[in-house]
Design a protein around this ligand. Structure first.
Ligand SMILES: *Cc1c(COP(=O)(O)O)cnc(C)c1O
Length: 395
């Protein structure tokens, strides 16, 4: 199984078919580069869809996996464990609020847990999420997700959810009341088109929730662990969520999620929730190594500097096919004047892997350790594909 065609046809034959796939078989990674089975290199601006903030095969992550693999792989949370104890302590020390922590295995699972915790802690049922928000694909997370094409085939969803326009303080004010258990939002909408919250929005959400006894749930699955230029995006505003939802890059590319619960809510009742694999020693050891790298290599600061450099470079290029360049840190979106899929294909053919964020937004999520030479190559390739006049749109 060592050539692209064999890998692709074999997968096509046996896969569920759920994923619209790109015609490339990736078999190896190093830093911000990925390689296909023929040895061709690609610059990675997919970044594991947000899970690879430290790039591929970072030596500190590889070493942590190897060491823990020969020590203990599995240890359910009904027992105590050295790696888990250390990770909980180390994560708590860097969270934006004093908190207790629930560990799980993915973003959607962390969102599910947070929704259950919000109902448990408030005794209320209603959840207010945002238009264009994305929170995952399981039934509860999907109920909070906005995109109709993700939701509609699976109705009826969980009752009690409604959506307000993102960034609209008045709409939030009007929606939240004494029945509201939670307001759930992203500090920057990722999947929904790379849309940073307007200044003051998170503060307003915090104030409105507090006034009505509702909990503020912040989904940092995509924005967390350095992506926007702080370890957590809420640090830009200083807002303290009641529940902070984490996953994607928490364990540098391995599956893990977490919910931080503000200390004011105390500990949760025993038996109210749980998961077999949550808080396992391998993932805790890896997440510890990742957290050390985020701090020692000043990864959030790298995202600040590289993000500012890339945004400026892209804006200066003034690409003909681009309506707007926006983002925070190294979460960058280019709103195109055309559909994004053919552009992604042209970029892939030129050796650049990137993501969509809705039908006409190109999203760049490079590993935060990417070099300036690669970032410059990204700009050059975007210019090749998007600097040309866009085809005339039919009247
Ligand atoms: C990716 C994502 C999720 C879902 O995470 P999964 O691990 O894919 O379940 C939830 N919220 C946000 C903001 C995300 O970007």
């Amino acid at each position: 199984m060592n050539d692209n065609t064999t890998i692709i046809t074999t997968e096509q034959q046996h896969t569920s078919g759920l994923y619209p796939k790109r015609g490339v078989a990736l078999v190896r990674g190093a830093g911000a580069r990925l390689y296909d089975a023929a040895g061709r290199a690609y610059i990675d601006c997919v970044g594991g869809q947000g899970a690879a903030n430290l790039g591929h095969c970072h030596p500190a992550i590889v070493a942590a996996i190897q060491a823990q693999a020969t020590t203990l792989l599995n240890c359910p949370e009904i027992f105590y464990n050295d790696q888990r104890a250390a990770y909980l302590q180390e994560l708590a020390a860097v969270l934006p609020m004093p908190a207790r922590i629930f560990l799980c295995n993915s973003g959607a699972e962390a969102v599910e847990a947070a929704l259950k915790f919000a109902r448990l802690l408030t005794g209320r049922q209603q959840v207010i999420a945002t238009m264009r928000g994305f929170h995952g694909r399981t039934m509860g997370a999907l109920s909070a997700t906005w995109e109709p094409k993700y939701r509609e085939p699976f109705a009826p969803l969980v009752p009690g959810f409604s959506h307000v326009a993102y960034g609209d303080v008045a709409a939030l004010e009007a929606a939240v009341n004494e029945q509201t258990a939670a307001v759930l939002l992203e500090p920057v909408q990722g999947e929904g088109g790379v849309r940073p919250a307007p200044a003051g929005y998170l503060d307003a959400a915090r104030r409105i929730c507090a006034a009505h006894g509702a909990l503020l749930l912040v989904d940092e699955v995509q924005t967390g662990f350095g992506r926007t230029g702080r370890l957590f995006a809420v640090e830009h505003s200083g807002v303290q969520p009641d529940l902070l939802i984490l996953a994607k890059s928490i364990a540098a590319g391995l599956p893990m999620g977490a919910v931080a619960i503000h200390e004011r809510h105390g500990s949760l009742p025993g038996g109210a929730h749980g998961t077999t694999f949550g808080g396992g020693p391998l993932l805790c050891a890896v997440a510890r190594a990742a957290l050390r790298v985020y701090q020692e290599e000043r990864i959030p600061q790298q995202a600040v500097e590289k993000g500012a450099w890339l945004l400026q470079r892209l804006r200066e290029l003034n690409l003909r096919g681009v309506r707007e360049v926006r983002g925070q840190g190294l979460l960058v979106g280019l709103e195109l004047k055309q559909r994004v899929q053919p552009v992604l294909q042209s970029l892939l053919e030129r050796g650049l892997l990137a993501l969509p964020a809705g039908p006409n937004v190109l999203r760049l999520l490079p590993p935060l350790i990417i070099g300036y030479d690669d970032l410059d190559a990204v700009a050059v390739l975007l210019q090749e594909v998007l600097g040309e006049p866009s085809p005339p749109t039919p009247a």
